[in-house]
Ligand binder design. Structure first.
Ligand code: COA
Length: 259
């Protein structure tokens, strides 16, 4: 059942943890008793995130990491285990994205997003595997994707392809690593207000109102909506849930298909 300390004693490593949805997940996990480690490219943003968490009474650790480089990801994850004694939860949340019609996208633009989103997620899973296998709670991997990976994502084909790849990777790993008691799930948020993604993709492109109307609930989600799903999936409440893609999109996916 739900308790205030349902993640007590667990160590969570969160990529893209210095802001947006990643920081919200860190704060939620911290309030539920987990020790959290934030990974991000930007030291200033990491420092600010640690201060935000400290103001909530959550002690966290920050490790400067660019998920495009396997060695950096592995070193950060190994350091987490050296300092905190274990790794129980990996959240692959770091993402790069921008609006760009595919005919205008350069090969390097394509590669950059695939590197951050898809390759970065693979690097995290691979580097975390041996540690998650030893978790006394059972390991949990949660990757943040979107149903626009499944439907296709006009104007962001690079990110859509990366997210579809993460969905497939996660389902493969759910089966491969199930015997190691590692659960592997994804979350598919819809448009979440007050995030970099919504600003770049919908506000700067003048699509905010249109995107709001596309959801069944007629509104953008909150970062906490995604963080609550991530808390459930990381906890024992979801101990028989693996290979799932939890859709937290205000009904956008169904309306998209049906309308
Ligand atoms: N439109 C078209 N191409 C773009 C672009 C845009 N808005 N932004 C970047 N690119 C291209 C660049 O032109 C470059 O390709 P080129 O060398 O052929 O010109 C390539 O992408 C890499 O860009 P660069 O700025 O060197 O990469 P970076 O490592 O500094 O930044 C990004 C990575 C591009 C993903 C950047 O947007 C980023 O850091 N995003 C992180 C935050 C984020 O995206 N959050 C939203 C998540 S939903």
């Amino acid at each position: 059942m739900f308790t205030r300390d349902m993640l007590k004693g667990r160590v969570a490593f969160i990529t893209g943890g210095a802001g947006g949805i990643g920081l919200e997940i860190a704060s939620t996990y911290g309030r539920l008793g987990a020790s959290v480690v934030l990974a991000s490219r930007n030291q200033e943003r990491l420092d600010a995130a640690l201060a935000t968490l400290a103001a909530e009474g959550i002690s966290a650790m920050a490790l400067r990491t660019d998920v495009r480089y396997y060695d950096e990801v592995k070193s950060a994850i190994d350091t987490t285990v050296e300092r905190l004694g274990a790794l129980d939860i990996l959240v692959n949340n770091a993402a790069g994205n921008f609006y760009c019609p595919t005919a205008d996208l350069t090969p390097n633009g394509w590669r950059t997003v695939i590197d951050i989103d898809l390759n970065g997620t693979f690097y995290g899973c691979h580097a975390a595997y041996e540690h998650l296998k030893r978790s006394s709670f059972g390991g949990s991997i949660i990757s943040v994707i979107t149903m626009l990976g499944v439907s296709g994502w006009p104007g962001a084909a690079h990110a859509g392809a990366a997210k579809a790849g993460i969905l497939s990777l996660s389902r493969s790993l759910a089966v491969e690593w199930g015997p190691d008691n590692i659960r592997v799930n994804t979350i598919s948020p819809g448009p979440i207000g007050d995030t970099e993604g919504v600003r770049r993709l919908y506000q700067e492109t003048g699509r905010e109102e249109l995107e709001r109307k596309k959801t069944a609930l007629g509104r953008f989600g909150r970062k906490a909506d995604v963080a609550n799903a991530a808390a459930y999936l990381a906890s024992d409440l979801a101990s028989y849930v693996t290979g799932d893609n939890m859709i937290v999109d205000g009904g956008r996916w169904l309306k998209y298909v049906a309308a």
